[in-house]
Write a protein that binds this ligand. Structure first.
Ligand code: SF4
Ligand code: SF4
Length: 289
């Protein structure tokens, strides 16, 4: 069976025929489909047909709250042959929508970040494309939050299911830009950090190992439940130290810097010096940012 993906609040799992009623509940809403290019569903049977014939791609997921596992939205990596945005095997298109009652809670950026992680780290993608039709500001905001970069605007694009033409905006995220998000303020690479790896792979054994090692290294008790971190500069859970105690993160955030290499004082700074003095890779990451 295909792997499920997980975030702090969400489970992303393959669609099942039993999701037809919840799909219909949210997809019948005229505020949801038309702005994304498809008409509201008219019956549970139509939703069932969509599950069987449309939401059946190898990287198509029902977005569910972990609490009850009900499908409240959809997210997909559209692979070659199922997207107009690329013809390459190592590129794909991200598509998504969420039921209206769940808007405004940051759930779709949370789901999109996990699917992007999956695309780049598990599926070997080099570039992920994404688009939105003019006026779909919510979709644009998700792309902005996930570091997509605007590429072009296409006018008079056919929207076949709505029998009309629209203006479409296209953006993309390269693996290089995706990985840059995981360079911490101090230059350490969060993508290589075992705390992040344990978090994104839900590996409790690794959590226990990291907690033990960090306790010995720092001379304080660090418990496995503290080892939850998605990265220094990305949205999402952090270890208690990184969240509120790390002097470098607090300082750089307080000064409004994207990263410490933006700071004119970096070469004189003892705080960041304690990291880059012993870690040539961190220094390289800062220099190359
Ligand atoms: S911020 Fe989190 S992921 Fe990054 S180095 Fe610190 S613990 Fe690891
Ligand atoms: S003084 Fe500058 S280099 Fe040092 S921690 Fe603050 S932002 Fe980073």
């Amino acid at each position: 069976m295909r792997k499920q993906l997980e975030t702090e609040r969400l489970l992303l799992r393959p669609w099942e025929e039993g999701d037809a009623e919840s799909l219909y509940e949210y997809a019948q809403d005229p505020a949801v489909g038309p702005i994304a290019g498809w008409p509201p569903h008219r019956s549970v049977q139509e939703s069932l047909d969509v599950i069987k014939n449309v939401l059946n791609g190898p990287e198509s997921y029902a977005v569910c709250l972990k609490d009850d596992c009900r499908a409240i939205g959809a997210i997909e990596l559209k692979l070659k042959g199922h997207t107009d945005l690329t013809e390459r095997d190592d590129e794909c298109e991200l598509g998504y929508w969420l039921g209206k009652p769940f808007w405004g809670r940051g759930l779709m950026p949370e789901a999109a970040r996990e699917l992007l992680r999956h695309a780049f780290e598990d599926c070997g993608m080099k570039k992920v494309w994404c688009g939105y039709y003019d006026g779909n500001t919510k979709s644009a905001r998700v792309q902005e939050k996930c570091a997509f970069i605007y590429q072009r605007t296409n006018k008079d694009v056919d929207v076949p299911l709505m029998h009309e033409k629209r203006t479409a905006h296209v953006s993309c995220l390269t693996k290089e830009v995706y990985l840059k998000q995981f360079i911490a303020y101090c230059g350490l690479d969060c993508a290589q950090c075992d705390a992040r790896i344990a978090t994104v792979t839900h590996d409790d054994e690794l959590r226990v190992k990291v907690a033990k090692e960090w306790s010995e290294l720092n001379g304080v008790e660090i418990t496995p439940d503290m080892i939850h971190c998605t990265g220094c500069r990305t949205d999402g859970v952090k270890t208690p130290y990184c969240e509120s105690l790390c002097p470098i993160r607090r300082c750089a955030q307080g000064k409004g810097f994207k990263i410490c290499s933006d700071c004119d004082d970096m070469n004189r700074c003892e705080k960041v010096g304690a990291i880059i003095g012993n870690n040539a890779l961190a220094l390289d990451n800062l220099k190359g940012y």
